[in-house]
Write a protein that binds this ligand. Structure first.
Ligand SMILES: Nc1ncnc2c1ncn2[C@@H]1O[C@H](COP(=O)(O)OP(=O)(O)O)[C@@H](O)[C@H]1O
Ligand SMILES: [Mg+2]
Length: 258
């Protein structure tokens, strides 16, 4: 069913071009006299179609890394190449357009607009991109169908459970068929059952549409349903390896709850 609903990202002539790549990425924050080295020389290449979890204790640089990869943080050293574009070389405006065209975001706090219905929230990125009318409405509806929420289409976020709100947010993140989806603690506000449902949905979308997902989490359960694990500590990547769904034992031992 999902296969019908999504446009697969087009494969360009450079078929081996990664979804995103960081090279020698460093990022420091300056707060008065204090300088915090949030990222210390990160090299990371994420291929199209991967489902990657970034884990590590609180303060280890996960959100900073995600925001740099996603083009939300400027002012870093090194470079990030997102969908073939060097973020250093782009103006703010072109970076914003690249984000809108190629990426989707899922947040811990869902970030839905409270006065709009579920359907209208999902439709919003299409309206912003200049698509309107019946086609946008149909597309938003089919996305709600994909996340199993058409029976809540006309409810506002406050009338939905946390898990349902996050499913709306996922539908909204995916409505533009982004090649890469970023999620920062997407299950952080959910009970474990809803978190497992959200991760099952993400795995399904990743598998059936070859969309790339990069998920920051400090939940071992969430991380164990990814296909690759990147572990951070003190601004460094200290571990980067494929995960096999059934082999969660080393993960449980290594993940530090942040
Ligand atoms: N806007 C900011 N200003 C100053 N320091 C920041 C800012 N954002 C993050 N930091 C610092 O950078 C480090 C990494 O933070 P962050 O990327 O949020 O880690 P994580 O997501 O793993 O908890 C921490 O020491 C944090 O305090
Ligand atoms: Mg964080």
């Amino acid at each position: 069913m999902l296969r019908r609903l999504f446009n697969k990202p087009t494969v360009s002539a450079a078929g081996d071009q990664p979804a995103v790549e960081a090279r020698g990425l460093r990022k420091a924050y300056h707060g008065g006299a204090v300088r915090v080295e949030a990222l210390r020389s990160i090299d990371l290449r994420i291929e199209r179609g991967e489902l990657v979890a970034i884990i590590g204790p609180s303060g280890s640089g996960k959100t900073t890394l995600l925001n740099c990869l996603a083009g939300l943080e400027q002012d870093f050293e090194g470079d990030v190449v997102l969908a073939g574009h060097s973020l250093r070389a782009l103006s703010d405006d072109r970076r914003a357009r690249l984000r809108a065209a190629k990426t989707g975001f899922i947040f811990q706090a869902f970030n839905l607009l409270p006065t709009l219905s579920a359907l209208e929230n999902v439709e919003m990125p299409l309206l912003i991109a200049g698509q309107g009318g019946r086609a946008a409405r149909r597309r938003a509806w089919s996305m709600l169908e994909a996340v199993g929420l058409t029976d809540r289409a006309h409810h506002r976020p406050a009338a939905l459970s946390g898990g349902q709100q996050q499913r709306v947010a996922i539908a909204r993140a995916l409505v533009n068929s982004p090649a890469i989806v970023w999620a920062d603690e997407p299950t952080g506000n959910l009970d474990s059952e809803s978190a497992a449902e959200i991760m099952a949905l993400i795995r399904q979308l990743n598998r059936e549409n070859q969309q790339t997902f990069v998920i920051v989490t400090h939940s071992p359960d969430v991380a164990s349903s990814a296909r690759r694990l990147v572990q951070m500590r003190d601004g460094h990547i200290i571990r980067d390896e494929p995960l096999h769904a059934l082999d969660t034992r080393p993960l449980e031992q290594n993940v530090v709850r942040g």
